[in-house]
Design a protein around this ligand. Sequence first.
Ligand code: GLC
Length: 722
Amino acid sequence: MTDHELQELLGRLTIEEKVGQLVQCNASQFIRNNLEMTGPDGELLPAEELCRVMGSLLTFEDARQARELQDMHLAADPNKIPLLLMLDVIHGLRTTYPIPLAMGCTFDDELLAECADMARKESSACGVHVTFNPMVDTARDARWGRILETNSEEPLINSRMGAALVRVTQGQDLSRKENVACCVKHYAAYGAGEAGRDYNTVELSERTLRETYFPAYKACVDAGVRLVMPSFNSLNGIPSVANKWLMNQVLREEWGFDGVVISDYNAVGELVSHGVASDLRDAVRMSMEAGCDIDMVRNAYYLHLADLVREGTVPEEALNEAVLRVLNLKNELGLFENPYHGADEEAEKQLYLCREHREIARRAAEESAVLLKNEGILPFSRDVKRIALIGPFAEEKRLNGFWSRPGAEQYTVTIPEGIRALLPEVRLDIERGCGACFEDTDRSRIDAAVEAARKADAVILAVGEPENYSGEGRSRAELSLPGPQMELARRVIAANPHTAVVLFNGRPLVLTELSDIAPALLEMWYPGTEGGNALARLLWGEANPCGKLSAGLPRSVGQYPMPYNRTNTGRPKPPPDSRSVPFTSCYLDMPNLPLYSFGYGLSYTDFIYESLTMDQKSMNRDGEIRVTVTLRNAGQRAGKEAVQLYLQDPVASVVRPVQQLIDYRKVALKPGERAEVEFVITEKQLRLVNAECREVSEPGEFRISAGYADHLILTQSFELKE
Ligand code: GLC
């Protein structure tokens, strides 16, 4: 449709029909004749009426349903305005790749893009028009269960991977049926909730928001994302969905976002719980004034918006603008010409879990794994004939993570399946040993596990955190291994020191004791569909671990928040970190540094950082400096390394981080090979947000280093001139 035709369509709509375009229902209400509205809404709403006027649906299951729902609506809607069909496709639709926090450990934007492209193809075939992805909330507190959904504690990684996902998923032309619109979320600073509790209050200075929390959302807006979802939390006293400064001034005026804003699930209704709206009607007024276009599920707009417009409380012009943004999005997707978009049952059969997609998922699972410790245990030799596979995850199929699609576990390759596919002749003695839930107190099977460990050539101890212990509404105050897993670990490792401990978890855990006693420690996160195959290949050296931590691992939950890019303070603790120094910024009972730092990860080979050189020692604002890091593979195995570049700004108008990741590049090297990895530094990377909340660069000395957080090497200085 042309813009003129859209305006004409808008002109034909009644106020109720306009409001309907801003109403999103849950598909389950219509699929199973379930008239009970999903979510907290106990009110029964007239499904027939909603079916006629609603503008979009979320959470349907496949192409057949997508077509049925669209047909059902179009048959009822006299204006024949097609539905938008939306779905959470966070890390794969049917072929599940690793959780975003694991993907951040690859430090590989291209691999992320490959996974996103696979998810796009499967989502399009399923009939998805909009995916509620990417989630780019910077998170620095693993007590928050949704840390699994973001790529990193570092905004640069969240920005680059989020923008890559938007570009790949949306393509150049959304009207092409293979492309899917993206919705970046949760705007803003949802990951900064007090005490790591989900939905909790966020209080941040504007300077911190602009320097740390806004960049990743803005990167996705700059990449052309078509929807933005405000977050549940209040931000400096105002819930995001009603926060005019956040939504009108920053998002629309400063950043120029012209797409659709969709609330989170019942976030409009929750303004009453927040205590800023006196009732649902008031909540609708506030949300409209802040530019929230679509009301997800609660249907507060359905119940009250038409009246508010009729009485003049909400200008009809504001309603028209919101409706036009939604109609524009439907038009960009080509839905008026093809309301089914990419829904295709045949394509589903060909694409879901196809060999190519499984291979991508397996590579991603291999490259997101982080080898934390290895005292000569890994890789296992092919001579190992008898393996004791022990632990609550020994045969677990739920290795996909909170936001994997329902039923994903039925397709997961388990650890035994992966090992048997690689090494059919290996004997596997499998003992669960214990459970992994808080309430698992049964220790009766630990003896059998210990006995199996004692008799084995080598042990794989598979422990972690159940899949539903991280994700939305899954915050934890402690970050230990739940249940009697540590008791199992102590006794198994004592029985057979040739033990590799493998972790499955959706958040950084406190591994201090486990790290002390484990001869080898491999972090697999939730690796997705191909988890068992990836793990087998990593354990026997068919794949070489190359993941680097996308978030530091704490010694204790008491260290949070512990951003890697901390500032020095006026009383920095002098090294060594192991001892406390009175009257400096430290703890009496614990070192300051994480157990394992951001950017850390081991390999089966040895990478030597030989040099860091710069083509000049100073630059002007319009100049650039070329930095070359020379890296050599001095080991016996081919491997990949995420080369990281860190900046320090020793003197500035505001305190600056002691280390800040400003670039990274993944390189593959064969044994003996050397690579010269080149980075280009520009003025933009030297900027800070000053006390007046302006983004500026300030002349003076800067330092550049390679290595990883808290372990900077090859440091060189250069000057930024006026
Ligand atoms: C949830 C989440 C959001 C998701 C939405 C739709 O509550 O906060 O990330 O996209 O509802 O499922």
